[in-house]
Design a protein around this ligand. Structure first.
Ligand code: GLN
Length: 210
């Protein structure tokens, strides 16, 4: 990890094993960051923050082990590397997992319990508008959130800030965005909607650290 300094844009890694890698890189670059695709430990060492994209958390866990990245990523996030996980990325950044596959392990970093595939079969995929704490103008202009076989956060530790809850419908009140220090996670996929505000928030978190 190199220290972020305000005179240059932060360099953000996007874990590039599976999922919306291209979309996250484009959104981060449009938000003022430089990006690096991270597939090996040497690439992880270069970044000021890391994005863990959505996909399938069990597959990403397996690939992390195959690429020798599981332990280095865990050490980096425990050591304070800022991280943002969306969907499967949220699962991977959770300290505790409910409804995981047998033996499924996570990187951790967030003092939360995340329930995998939480929204149930009927609502495998859905979209809703959210007010997200820390996102500019989200009361006037809510974040349009796309959920795809998404997890939710079932329990948060005392240091965790709840950034968003589902507003209405069957899942009303469920926690779908959280932050603890420089680690944040969303159940949904802002990288596919063209709304840059969540990525800007992460770039800001990383920049302010320097
Ligand atoms: N259900 C997936 C998992 O368990 C997450 C889905 C997603 O990232 N869109 O990993």
């Amino acid at each position: 990890m190199t220290p972020a300094d305000s005179s240059r844009p932060p360099t953000l890694g996007v874990l590039a094993l599976q999922g919306d890698v291209r979309e996250h890189r484009a959104a981060l670059e449009a938000s003022g960051a430089r990006t690096v695709a991270v597939r090996r430990e040497s690439e992880l060492a270069e970044v000021d923050g890391i994005v863990v994209p959505g996909g399938e958390s069990t597959t990403i866990e397996k690939l992390l082990r195959t690429f020798g990245l599981f332990q280095p990523l865990q050490d980096a996030v425990r050591g304070g590397l800022p991280a943002y996980g969306s969907c499967a990325g949220m699962i991977l950044l959770a300290d505790r997992l409910a409804g995981g596959a047998p033996g499924q392990a996570t990187i951790g970093g967030l003092d939360v319990t995340v329930r995998r595939n939480a929204f149930g079969r009927q609502v495998d995929s859905f979209e809703t508008d959210l007010v997200v704490d820390g996102v500019e103008d989200s009361v006037e202009r809510p974040v349009h959130a796309v959920f795809i076989r998404a997890p939710w956060v079932e329990e948060v530790g005392p240091g965790v800030q709840v950034l968003a809850r589902v507003g209405s419908g069957e899942a009303a009140g469920r926690i779908v965005a959280v932050r603890e220090r420089d680690v944040m996670a969303t159940s949904f996929h802002p990288e596919i909607t063209g709304d840059l505000r969540l990525h800007r928030l992460f770039v800001q978190i990383v920049s302010e650290r320097g």
